[in-house]
Write a protein that binds this ligand. Structure first.
Ligand SMILES: [Zn+2]
Length: 141
């Protein structure tokens, strides 16, 4: 049912110069213009995942990326910073933004999305990021 929409978005990604590989996990390799997508997903979930990973690419493409998510860049200087609240919140913010941009992209390409399912699917991933943010810090302020 979602095969047609998925094909449309895959074509768009190719036109944008992205390579798409199917593998175990889903991730964007920005420098290589490569999106790896979990191969075990339905067409619908593959579409949502690719929209999200593309959302990350749009964010990375923004020249202000380093300023918007500035705490993520400190991490490369100091490993301890990777456990800080500001770093984790920045990662979380980017995740929220990437899901939002993915949805905007679908709208602008006229790819119909079941909003309820998209929200449910994205929330599952966002929730696990929220756990990661909260777990190890134990509410230390
Ligand atoms: Zn993400």
């Amino acid at each position: 049912m979602y095969g047609k929409q998925l094909k449309k978005f895959l074509n768009f990604l190719e036109e944008e110069g992205f390579k798409i590989h199917f593998g175990i996990d889903s991730s964007l390799y920005y420098e290589d213009s490569l999106i790896v997508c979990n191969s075990r997903l339905s067409d619908e979930k593959t579409l949502y995942t690719l929209l999200h990973e593309y959302g990350h690419a749009v964010l990375r493409n923004n020249e202000k990326y380093c300023k918007i998510y500035r705490s993520q860049f400190k991490e490369k200087i100091d490993g301890r910073h990777g456990r800080s609240n500001s770093f984790k919140i920045d990662v979380l913010r980017e995740e929220f933004d990437a899901w939002r941009i993915g949805l905007e992209m679908a709208e602008s390409l006229d790819i119909p999305i079941d909003l309820e399912k998209y929200d449910k699917y994205s929330s599952k991933y966002l929730k696990s990021y929220c756990h990661w943010v909260c777990d190890s810090n134990q509410w230390s302020l």
